[in-house]
Design a protein around this ligand. Structure first.
Ligand code: NAD
Length: 377
């Protein structure tokens, strides 16, 4: 099978998410990394791309140059990953899709609901694959949880509780550090801070495991460090279309919590728990029965959990391999196969609608607000 040709926008040297994409895309031999506009500083971007093995004529100074020059090539890249800061995602994703490239966009996909809906339309019209990097959904034991819920193993889901709370912005004396400050500045981050950054991962996870969609929500936002204009802590109650009750806490001032992303699903006949810091285990308790640990790689796990696990039982299989699973499914989708579970532009648009709903609700003392994008109402 010929390899797909892959390029990146953003993800330059020292970036947080760039390495996970490079490890993920190259884990299974499905892609050749041939082009990139990796940095907002053209010279640094070109130099770093070449150090990573990209030919000088495809190590671009900016994404506009990459778009124009790749479009003109017979051997143009198949897939472009957009791993730049949030405010640039919409324009880059839209223009690459319109030019006929497949795109994997980092979350949040856009800054507004209207832009989210526009990407849904552009992706559909382009006939290209567009995915959003909700990579936690690609951990094997998250797929196990989803499969168990779908198979009715915990009965009808009553309640889903999810947290994505860390303490890495909890030091008030570091609040003015530019790497931290922009996240709480509306001019840079948009309408929401912590909820748009981490809360949407948790909300996507709830929808993903329950195979259901968020319909309405009520939010309480707090800026616990007073100099911050946007929230650094949020509590969100939500309701899903199928009647499931949802609770979500997201925070960046929860000192002592490190990654802090976990989800619990409570059904009529059992409960499940998964945490990103112990991703190989899914905790399952049947009603009236003993709590069990379902281990990644053991016999009897779902087809999806088995398919997405590549290292032997009990070996750590972490974040970059979850990202790799997104790339595996993307390659399959690009080749025309259907892959259930690949996060879609619709997911990206739903997240944005939830962000705006949460902001509106928080301003209205927690009033319940419709959290669906208008196009899905
Ligand atoms: P970062 O600030 O660490 O890195 C951003 C990189 O993009 C830098 O190398 C910068 O030079 C480059 N860049 C900026 N503007 C550019 C432009 N116009 N053209 C080309 N390159 C440009 O940011 P990060 O933490 O890596 O986050 C990047 C994106 O990834 C964000 O949208 C963030 O929300 C997302 N993210 C997702 C996850 C996840 O779990 N899916 C985790 C972390 C970050």
């Amino acid at each position: 099978m010929t390899k797909l040709k892959w390029g990146m926008v953003g993800g330059g040297e020292g970036s947080q998410i760039g390495p996970a994409h490079r490890l993920g895309a190259q884990a299974d031999g499905l892609y050749d990394f041939v082009a990139g506009a990796l940095d907002h500083r053209p010279d640094e971007g070109r130099a770093y791309a070449q150090r990573l093995g990209i030919a000088a004529d495809r190590a671009y100074g900016d994404w506009q140059e990459m778009l124009a020059k790749e479009q003109a090539r017979d051997d143009r890249v198949d897939l472009v990953t957009v791993a730049t800061p949030n405010a640039t995602h919409f324009e880059i994703t839209k223009l690459f899709l319109e030019a006929g490239f497949h795109v994997l966009c980092e979350k949040p996909m856009t800054m507004t609901v209207e832009e989210g809906e526009e990407i849904v339309r552009v992706a559909a019209a382009s006939g290209r694959i567009c995915a959003v990097n909700y990579c936690y959904s690609a951990y094997p034991m998250v797929r196990q949880a989803r499969a168990m819920v779908r198979a009715g193993e915990i009965g009808k889901v009553r309640l889903v509780v999810t947290n994505f709370s860390h303490g890495h912005h909890g030091d008030a004396t570091d609040a003015d550090n530019p790497r931290v400050r922009w996240r709480y500045d509306p001019a840079m981050a948009g309408v929401s801070g912590q909820f748009a950054d981490c809360g949407i991962h948790a909300l996507h996870m709830a929808s993903f495991i329950c195979s259901d969609q968020v319909e309405s929500l009520s939010a309480d936002f707090a800026s616990t460090i007073p100099s911050r204009e946007l929230e650094d802590d949020a509590m969100v109650n939500f309701r899903m279309a199928g009647g499931t009750v949802g609770r979500l806490w997201t925070s960046s001032v929860a000192i002592g919590r490190q990654h802090g992303f976990d989800v619990q699903v409570f059904g009529e006949t059992g409960g499940l728990r998964w945490a990103s810091e112990q991703p190989n285990q899914l905790i399952y308790t049947p009603v009236g029965g003993r709590t069990q640990i379902i281990e990644k790689g053991e016999a009897g796990v779902s087809e999806e959990a088995a398919r997405l696990s590549r290292v032997a039982i009990a070996h750590p299989e972490g974040f970059p391999l979850a990202v790799a699973n997104i790339y595996v499914d993307l390659a399959a989708a690009i080749r025309g196969e259907t892959r259930d579970g690949l996060p879609t532009p619709e997911d990206g648009a739903r997240s944005m609608a939830a962000v705006f709903a949460a902001v509106e609700s928080a301003k209205a003392d927690g009033a319940w607000v419709d959290a669906r994008p208008p196009m899905f109402r």
